[in-house]
Ligand binder design. Structure first.
Ligand code: F0G
Length: 420
């Protein structure tokens, strides 16, 4: 029985709960995290590292399960072959960095990093015997949850979306994967409040990242990246921040690798938000002051239009531990950087571009030093945001616009257009 290898612990009062309990918060009201008996699971770091080489054909969740979520029984796992995403080296295009690498989580089955958390979350719901799962979402959690619920026999997904605030592709994902999809006339924060109230009353499993089981799956992003780097730790990880679950997962995974002696130094973390939806940035600027919830302003990075991030406290803890920084970027900065990365053949979403723009700003400001090795986490694929991209490129006022030409079917006109 491996289920005794993991427990819930309150991040504030440290009270412990059985992992089989259905709970998303401590009795004191604070967030929970899952703590594993990692010394039992991975007794010798070198042996564990060496054992991974023979497991490259497996999904990332299986390969790293000893550190991700050892209590989850194999028979309950629902996988869509997530993980094993590319780590692109783009140093040739950015000579000021030592090495600049892009971890493209948009290359997951539902085109975002959310699949990493959902393999843990939906599998755990499956293990617990739940047949109904629910989330509020800005479009990517809902896509992933709908897909993994669809992949589970007799499981139904329920999705709450802020109406008009997600892309058509993201909406299509929730609907086509078969989730009962409800548009709420509110923003993400409003949807999140509703989903919490509903799951207090009804027997539906909540799969937002306030469910700490999801965070365990998302740790795989950082762990897999370091494995790809042969455990050589870069100076920086840069990541976009919305509800703050992913930066918390990145930090927790790195801490655990360090505690186990799998890595011998730690990177710094940089979280990046948009200027109009920047509660973590405002806190950071004020010495990590308490969260002041914002009314998040519309942004092209609609997946991170979040003013009241649920995992705020976890994010602050990780940022402090990893000597982190938080940056905020404008709409022009993020869209111009999206265009420049797309052009390298790497299609990214506006939310990922927030992290790229943030990394460039931190480099310009001297926070990221010239020749630092940097990994930027790209969180979703550009194909989820085609309207945003076409609108940008249709307007020649935009610095990197690549406008389409429309002509009559005439060879002369074609030659003129191609300047031949
Ligand atoms: N990037 C993308 C593409 C996202 O979808 C999200 C979050 C983030 C970054 C931020 O991650 O919330 O853990 O800080 N999307 C959630 C959703 C909120 O509902 O899809 P975070």
């Amino acid at each position: 029985m491996r289920t005794n290898l993991s427990i819930f612990t309150c991040i504030e009062c440290k009270k412990e709960y059985d992992i089989a309990e259905i709970r998303y918060r401590c009795d004191c009201g604070d967030l929970l995290e899952v703590i594993h008996d990692l010394d039992t699971c991975i007794s010798k770091a070198d042996n564990w590292k060496a054992s991974l080489d023979g497991r490259m054909g497996e999904t990332a969740f299986h390969r790293y399960q000893d550190i991700l979520f050892p209590a989850l029984p194999e028979a309950s796992i629902i996988s869509l072959q997530e993980g094993n995403t590319p780590l692109y080296d783009v140093s040739h295009a950015f000579p000021d960095f030592g090495k600049l690498k892009l971890k493209h989580e948009g290359m997951n089955p539902t085109l975002s990093f959310k699949d990493r958390g959902m393999v843990a979350g939906v599998s755990w719901a499956n293990h617990l015997g739940y047949r109904k799962v629910i989330c509020a979402s800005t479009g990517d959690t809902s896509a992933a949850m709908a897909a993994y619920a669809g992949a589970t026999p007799d499981m139904k997904g329920y999705v709450l979306l802020p109406v008009g605030k997600i892309s058509p592709e993201q909406l299509a994902q929730a609907i086509t994967y078969g989730a009962l999809t409800v548009g709420i006339e509110s923003d993400f924060d409003g949807c999140m409040k509703l989903v919490q109230k509903l799951t207090e009353k009804h027997n539906i499993y909540l799969l937002n990242s306030m469910n700490s089981v999801r965070i365990e799956g998302q740790k795989a992003i950082g762990i897999e990246t370091l494995h790809q780097l042969d455990w050589k730790v870069p100076e920086w990880f840069v990541i976009p921040v919305g509800n703050a679950g992913n930066i918390s997962a990145l930090g927790k995974g790195l801490r655990e690798l360090n505690d186990l002696g799998i890595i011998d130094k730690v990177p710094r973390l940089a979280g990046v938000q948009t200027i109009g939806a920047s509660p973590l940035y405002e806190s950071y600027k004020n010495g990590y002051a308490d969260l002041i919830a914002q009314k998040a302003q519309p942004t092209k990075a609609s997946a991170i239009q979040i003013g009241d991030p649920v995992s705020f406290k976890k994010a602050v803890r990780e940022l402090k531990h990893f000597n982190g920084v938080v940056e905020a970027v404008s709409e022009t900065e993020l869209m111009d950087w999206k265009a420049q990365i797309d052009r390298l053949g790497i299609s990214i979403c506006p939310n990922s571009a927030v992290a790229v723009a943030g990394a460039m700003k931190l480099m310009d400001n001297g926070v990221i030093k010239k020749q630092d090795n940097v990994v930027i986490i790209l969180t979703a694929h550009g194909g989820k945001f085609s309207n945003t991209a076409v609108t940008y490129h249709s307007d020649k006022a935009n610095q990197f616009a690549n406008q389409m030409f429309t002509i009559k079917p005439s060879i002369d006109e074609l030659e003129r257009t191609l300047e031949l």
